[in-house]
Write a protein that binds this ligand. Structure first.
Ligand SMILES: Cc1cc2nc3c(=O)[nH]c(=O)nc-3n(C[C@H](O)[C@H](O)[C@H](O)COP(=O)(O)OP(=O)(O)OC[C@H]3O[C@@H](n4cnc5c(N)ncnc54)[C@H](O)[C@@H]3O)c2cc1C
Length: 401
C-alpha cells in the first residue's frame, strides 16, 4: 500500500516552527482556550497548538454536551472523596466555567438551553433519593456560602440573593419507570458541542493562535535554554515554553502523570414518535446520563459496570456497555417501547476522558518552561474556560507579573 505520510522532514518543514514561543499540545477545548488566553496576554509571542487528530476528536467533539456542574448525588460522593472545601470549589469552578462560556460566546452561539438538569432514581433507589432529599437544604446553604466567598466577578448576579441551586420537583408525568421525584439543578442545560468547539476555535484563530493538526508528539525534553519536542514524523521543534493539554492521553507523554484514561461511550437512538425528555438527566450517581436531541435520545456512560476495560485510550464501543445502556433505555426511559420491539441506535461513538483519584483538574508548572492543564474528570466542557484563566494566572505569576 502507498504510504501517504512522508518519513523525511524537508528543510522548509523544519524551519516552519522556528521562533515558536509557546507550543501547546492538544487542540481540544482546554488547549484552544489556554492558547487564546496566552496570545491575548502576550500578543508578540508566537503561539502554536498541535494535535495528533483533527477538530477536537478525542473528547471535545465526542462528549454529551451537558453544561452541568454535577448532580447532588455526585457532589455528596465528591465530598466523601476529597473533602467539603475541594468538592464545593470544584462544583463552583464548573459553574463558573459554564457562565464564562455563555458570557464569552452567547447562549445561542453554543446552543445552550437553560432547561435544568434532572437527577432521577429507579424504584430500587428510593432510599437513596430519600436520603439525598434530606441533604438538599444543607447543600444549598453550603453552595451559597461558597458562592458568596468566591472572588470572581461573574457571580455577582448569583451573589445578590441566595439561590437554591438544587430543588426537589415532581417528574411523575415523564412516562419513565422511575421514582416520581427528581432533584433538579436549575442552572444546568444542554449545549451543542460542535457549536461550542467552533466558537472556541474561531476565537483562537482570530486572536492569532496557529493550529497544526495530524501531528503526533512522541516526547519532549525540558532543557535550560528551552524545550525540545519530538514529533512522530521525525520533526523536532524547539520552543521557549510548552503546555500539555492532552487530558486522557497525558501518560503517553509523561508516564508519571496522575491522569488515567477513561473511555466514555455514547449512543443516539433512531427518531422516536414521542419524546419523554426535556433537558439533561443524570442517573446512577452521574455514571449514566441522557438528554433529548431533537426527536432522538442521546444516552451515555455506564463505564462503572466494566471499569477496567474502560481504562483505555482506544476509541471504540463495546457490546457490554451497548447492551447495558440499551437495557436501561428500554426498562427505565422508554418502558412502553420495549413491548413494541425495542429501540435502535443510529449513532454510537466513544471518547477519552482524563480521570484520577480526585476529580480536580491538574494545573501546574513542572518548571518555568513546561506547564500542564490536564485531568478534567469527565467535566472539561464545564471546566475549560475556568482552567484557561487559571493557566494564564500561573504563567503570569511565574513571570513575576
Ligand atoms: C463520551 C464523553 C462524554 C462527555 N460528556 C461531557 C459533558 O456532557 N459535559 C462535560 O463538561 N464534559 C463532558 N465530557 C468531558 C469533556 O469532553 C472533556 O473533559 C473535555 O473535552 C476535555 O478537553 P481537553 O481539551 O482537555 O481534552 P481533549 O478534548 O481530549 O483534547 C486533548 C487533545 O490532545 C491531543 N493529543 C493527546 N496526545 C497528543 C500527542 N501526543 N500529540 C499530539 N496531540 C495529542 C488529542 O488528540 C486531543 O485532541 C465528556 C467526555 C466524553 C469522552
Amino acid at each position: 500500500m502507498r504510504k501517504s505520510v512522508p518519513n523525511t522532514v524537508s528543510f522548509w518543514g523544519k524551519s516552519y516552527f522556528e521562533d515558536t514561543d509557546w507550543l501547546i499540545i492538544g487542540a481540544g477545548l482546554v488547549g484552544l482556550q489556554c492558547a487564546t488566553e496566552i496570545k491575548l496576554a502576550y500578543p508578540a509571542k508566537r503561539v502554536v497548538v498541535i494535535d495528533q487528530g483533527v477538530i477536537g476528536n478525542a473528547a471535545s467533539l465526542r462528549n454529551a454536551g451537558f453544561a452541568c456542574f454535577g448532580s447532588a448525588g455526585e457532589l455528596l460522593d465528591e465530598i466523601e472523596r476529597s473533602g467539603k472545601d475541594a468538592a464545593f470549589n470544584l462544583y463552583l469552578q464548573r459553574f463558573y466555567g459554564i457562565q464564562r462560556l455563555i458570557q464569552k460566546f452567547g447562549a445561542a452561539a453554543i446552543g445552550f438551553e437553560p432547561t435544568g438538569g434532572f437527577e432521577v432514581f429507579t424504584h430500587a433507589e428510593t432510599t437513596k433519593l430519600e436520603l439525598l432529599q434530606h441533604e438538599i437544604p444543607w447543600l444549598n446553604q453550603e453552595l451559597n456560602y461558597f458562592l458568596r466567598n468566591q472572588h470572581r466577578p461573574f457571580i455577582h448576579e448569583f451573589k445578590r440573593s441566595a439561590v437554591d441551586l438544587f430543588s426537589v420537583q415532581s417528574i411523575a408525568d415523564s412516562g419513565m419507570n422511575i421514582c416520581p421525584l427528581s432533584i433538579v439543578a436549575s442552572e444546568e442545560g444542554p449545549l451543542q458541542p460542535h457549536r461550542l468547539y467552533l466558537s472556541v476555535r474561531t476565537l483562537a484563530t482570530q486572536s492569532g493562535v496557529e493550529i497544526c493538526e495530524s501531528f503526533r508528539i512522541a516526547s519532549y525534553e525540558d532543557r535550560v535554554g528551552g524545550v525540545v519536542v519530538y514529533a512522530d514524523d521525525g520533526e523536532t521543534i524547539q520552543t521557549e515554553q510548552l503546555l500539555l493539554c492532552t487530558n486522557g492521553f497525558t501518560q503517553s507523554l509523561d508516564k508519571q502523570a496522575p491522569v488515567l484514561p477513561a473511555r466514555g461511550q455514547v449512543f443516539v437512538t433512531e427518531s422516536l414518535p414521542w419524546q419523554p425528555l426535556k433537558g439533561l438527566y443524570h442517573a446512577d450517581d452521574g455514571y449514566l446520563y441522557f438528554r433529548n436531541l431533537g426527536d432522538r435520545i442521546l444516552i451515555g456512560g455506564g463505564r462503572n459496570i466494566d471499569m477496567k476495560t474502560e481504562e483505555t485510550m482506544e476509541m471504540e464501543n463495546t457490546q457490554t456497555i451497548r447492551e447495558y445502556i440499551r437495557e436501561y433505555l428500554q426498562d427505565v426511559i422508554l418502558p412502553l417501547r420495549k413491548s413494541m420491539g425495542g429501540v435502535k441506535f443510529d449513532y454510537e461513538w466513544s471518547g477519552i476522558m482524563g480521570m484520577g483519584p480526585q476529580r480536580t483538574p491538574i494545573i501546574c508548572a513542572d518548571s518555568n518552561r513546561v506547564y500542564k492543564a490536564v485531568r478534567m474528570g469527565g467535566m472539561g466542557v464545564a471546566l475549560s474556560a475556568w482552567v484557561a484563566e487559571e493557566v494564564l494566572k500561573l504563567i503570569q505569576l511565574n513571570d513575576g507579573k
